[in-house]
Ligand binder design. Structure first.
Ligand code: BG6
Length: 506
């Protein structure tokens, strides 16, 4: 490694170089890594696209992306111009072997100039139908042969069911070793999501109560105000179950439920997560309706603006049965969690955009106080706010000031914005740096992806065989369908979303 540089010399080839992801996320992330001095001075970004474009035009578009999307705001000219020298545009068709010859030529030249073993990263920021073809061509060109330094990054969706995920894994593993594969779930790059590991495994305080003896149930909500808008083509095939539950919400579930890993070794952490997925109780086909509900948004109002129904969005079948909302109750059949329901819920066009995990504790075993004192009594609750507000809130009972004994719930708050003033890196910054450093802890392994699909297959198959009869069943801007309330109410619970910043206790 070069003196002073924090990472290895790297050449990264992005397939889908003219796409949205590169523009909005990848280049801004790499630019921020550059500004924070994480990148070696020998760093090269080759963006592959099918359009005819001059390098100048291409760079100016990326510059515009930085100015719009970088967490640091507009780029300073001098810094941007230096960074932009690392970027190249490579025109080519993904199925043309000539493209891979050109890429190989660039890599060989880069390695010769850098005079060392460099990271050779290939980033598939393309629709999934191109994954297998590109990965195979990279392999055929001999570019996957360096098992230590050659790495492939793949965006979701990773298959649309168990079979397709298995096939994709099999194809990738013909060319690459598992250790070279980095399947991205951008939720794992989020600061608050990584903090779940710190919270659980760097504190002795919570572990003794983190189990069925003290926890009544767990809720995981990822709600979005956003609609499907121009992603109809993608979303029609996927829907909320595949788009969100199979990956993002399952990852959150794993982090909350996993056993303490012995070390932060990538495989150790991933083994513990796979254990959770394997312990998830598989829902029988005939029971799906008792455990899972689906919804699709109708027209409605979001922030005072009228928005379309899902079926009216571009590229969506006007009679579509694709779900835009899912709520599921899971059980984890192991010693720690036996009998504790985990309620997962996600939806588009909901009343607010919020990602939150709520741990609801069991009531105190004996009620010491007289009835009058306990009118506002509530069991303890811990809320992990992932976004947009970031922090942790613990709710407990305290005496309300006054001459009488009256209990009232109060909150202890850890709020990122009060505690830290430095900017929070974006998920993609963390994840790209991990790929550059060869750390796969926050990436999904083949068995993890397949275990997640396996759990969902009964729901996928049952829903496919029984198209919904009541879609659309919730108005845009609402809490989702009534049936989702029913799912949790049957157990005597209700969905809890606590707004973060509150001066007084509710
Ligand atoms: C993506 C999904 O993976 O995650 C989108 O495909 C969803 O449908 C997005 O909107 C949510 O990510 P975030 O980071 O905005 O919560």
């Amino acid at each position: 490694m070069e003196a002073g540089a924090k990472t290895n010399p790297t050449i990264i080839t992005i397939f889908g170089g003219t796409g949205d992801l590169t523009w909005r996320k990848l280049i801004p992330a790499m630019y921020n890594l550059y500004l924070d001095k994480w990148l070696n001075s020998k760093f090269s970004i080759v963006c592959v696209g099918r359009q005819e474009m001059t390098l100048e035009d291409f760079i100016s578009r990326l510059h515009d992306g930085i100015n719009r999307f970088s967490r640091r705001g507009k780029a300073k000219d001098e810094e941007w111009n230096e960074f932009a020298k690392m970027i190249f545009y490579q025109k080519g068709e993904f199925d043309d072997p000539g493209l891979y010859d050109n890429i190989k030529h660039r890599i060989v030249q880069f390695e010769q100039e850098a005079n060392c073993h460099c990271n050779k990263i290939f980033y598939l920021a393309v629709p999934p139908q191109f994954f297998e073809g590109i990965a195979t061509s990279i392999g055929n060109a001999g570019l996957a042969a360096d098992k230590t330094y050659s790495r492939l990054v793949i965006e979701k969706p990773f298959g649309t069911d168990l079979k397709s995920a298995q096939n994709l894994n099999a194809t990738l593993l013909k060319m690459f070793d598992e250790t070279q594969l980095y399947r991205i779930d951008h939720y794992l790059g989020k600061e608050t999501v990584q903090n779940i590991l710190a919270f659980r495994f760097a504190n002795a305080l919570f572990e003794p109560i983190w189990n069925r003896n003290y926890i009544d149930h767990v809720q995981i909500t990822v709600a979005e105000k956003l609609g499907v808008e121009n992603r109809g083509n993608y979303y029609e095939i996927n829907g909320a179950l595949r788009d969100m539950i199979q990956n993002h919400l399952f990852q959150l579930l794993c982090l909350i439920a996993m056993e303490p890993p012995v070390s932060f070794n990538a495989d150790e952490v991933r083994n513990r997560k796979v254990d959770v997925l394997r312990a998830l109780r598989k829902i029988k086909k005939e029971d799906v309706h008792n455990y899972a509900v689906r919804g699709q948004y109708d027209a409605g109002w979001i922030d005072g603006e009228k928005v379309k129904a899902y079926r009216q969005e571009p590229d969506v079948n006007p009679e579509s049965h694709t779900e835009t909302f899912v709520a599921i109750k899971f059980f984890i059949d192991n010693w720690r969690w036996s009998g504790v329901p985990f309620y997962l819920r996600t939806g588009k066009r909901m009343n607010e955009s919020i990602s939150v995990i709520t741990i609801q504790f069991k009531p105190a075993p004996h009620q010491t106080f007289p009835d009058e004192a306990t009118e506002n009594w509530q069991p303890n609750r811990m809320v992990l706010n992932l976004q947009p507000d970031m922090g942790i809130r613990v709710r407990f009972q305290a005496k309300k000031p006054g001459l009488q004994m009256q209990l009232n719930p109060v909150d202890m708050l850890f709020n990122y914005s009060d505690t830290y003033t430095s900017g929070t890196p974006e998920g993609y910054e963390t994840l790209l740096l991990d790929v550059i450093e060869g750390d796969a802890t926050l990436f999904m392994r083949a068995d993890q992806v397949e275990a997640a699909w396996e759990i969902l297959m009964p729901i996928i198959n049952t829903w496919a065989a029984n198209p919904s009869v009541n879609f659309p069943n919730y108005a845009a801007g609402s809490h989702g369908p009534e049936t989702a309330e029913g799912l949790i109410a049957r157990d005597g619970n209700n969905w809890i979303v606590m707004p973060f910043q509150k001066k007084e206790n509710e």
